[in-house]
Design a protein around this ligand. Structure first.
Ligand code: KG4
Ligand code: ZN
Length: 335
């Protein structure tokens, strides 16, 4: 089954063609990073207007690269949420309109479920259940147990900043370009262990995270005026990675998970990848970086599995903007 998938939840306009939830024939991403960089963050109205400009050409390119026409598309999927409302509406309504115009099945996909399904786009055997999923993006940090396709139980998450958000804010404090994540990681390559001791919020007895104290600690160092950017970047990255890899590996052991699946933009962080592989007691899967950050192939992968189960979304379905794993289940109706 060829699924045409569209993603526009934040600042990337993306479209892809995915076969049977596993093979991406194309994955086109038009990034708006340069447009938002001068503001130091994503400006919602600027983002939705840019999506309007990009969406047509991006969908056309996804079909052309896949070497198919709309006649060969079997179903259409769009990101339903969470994300910026104005951004979501562009991609979601485009997906609906194509489905309506062509009389094709339509499916709305949860963005975070999509991130997890990026792990199905990698060649080789499919991930095994029960899988412990670590979702680390610019907007979310969640530990979710996946017992089967579409079955999620959130066991922990951030109480304040998301991991990617913490990277981005620290990047800004250090005067690095937006988005901070990759730039902090790059600066950290020149750094190493130092006298600095940055806090790690272990929050005993829970699998929750907190990164705001760590961010404030960096703020104090920067305000004090005398610091070395690579050293601060290194110490910050180590603190984030230590807690993420520490809690994930412990929970995987306690649950007896078959595998650990990592997802979201921060999953492209090399140190996080290394530490998860080193510490987890079970196999760890991490998609290649192009499928870690926002893309539409991951949406097509999640949709492929749900469509195969007979699930469809009505064309009257609204978007949603909050992080609600219970809604992943209720976002679809069975045909
Ligand atoms: O998943 P994503 O593309 O968008 C959201 O759904 O939020 O994640 C973007 C986030 C940003 O915060 C970005 O700084 C972070 O992922 N990121 C990284 C790296 N690459 C992207 N953070 C740390 N190290 C990286 N190499
Ligand atoms: Zn994302």
């Amino acid at each position: 089954m060829n699924v045409l998938a569209i993603e526009s939840s934040c600042d990337e306009t993306a479209a892809a063609v995915v076969v049977d939830g596993r093979t991406a024939l194309s994955s086109v991403v038009a990034s708006q990073v340069d447009l938002h960089a001068r503001y130091g963050g994503v400006v919602p109205e600027v983002a939705s207007r840019q999506h309007l400009r990009n969406i047509g050409p991006v969908v056309r390119e996804a079909l052309e690269t896949a070497g198919i026409t709309l006649d060969q598309v079997d179903a259409v999927a769009g990101t339903r949420g969470p994300g910026l409302a104005g951004s979501l509406l562009v991609g979601y309504n485009t997906a609906k309109a194509i489905a309506f115009g062509r009389g094709l099945p339509f499916l709305g996909v949860n963005h975070l479920e999509g991130h997890i399904y990026a792990n199905w786009l990698v060649e080789g055997p499919e991930p095994k259940f029960p899988a412990l999923c670590l979702v680390v993006s610019g907007g979310h940090t969640d530990l979710v147990l996946m017992r089967g396709h579409g079955q999620y139980e959130r066991l922990g998450g951030t109480r304040d900043d998301a991991a990617g958000e913490a990277f981005d804010k620290v990047g800004r404090l250090l005067g690095l370009p937006f988005p901070g994540g990759p730039h902090v990681a790059k600066a950290a390559e020149e750094g190493g262990p130092s006298e600095l001791s940055l806090p790690r919020a272990w929050i005993p007895g829970t699998f929750d995270f907190s990164f705001s104290g760590l961010k404030t600690a960096v703020l104090h160092i920067v305000r004090a005026g005398k610091y070395d950017t690579p050293t601060v970047a290194w110490e910050f990255q180590e603190a984030v990675v230590d807690v993420l890899a520490g809690k994930t590996s412990r929970l995987a052991r306690e649950l007896g998970a078959a595998e650990v699946l990592v997802a979201g933009g921060v999953a492209s962080n090399t140190r996080l990848r290394e530490e998860l592989h080193r510490r987890c007691p079970v196999p760890v899967r991490i998609p290649p970086p192009k499928f870690c950050t926002d893309n539409a192939a991951m949406i097509g992968a999640a949709a492929g599995y749900r469509l195969a189960l007979g699930e469809r979304s009505p064309l009257t379905e609204d978007i949603f903007t909050t992080n609600d794993w219970a809604r992943v289940q209720s976002s679809v109706v069975s045909s």
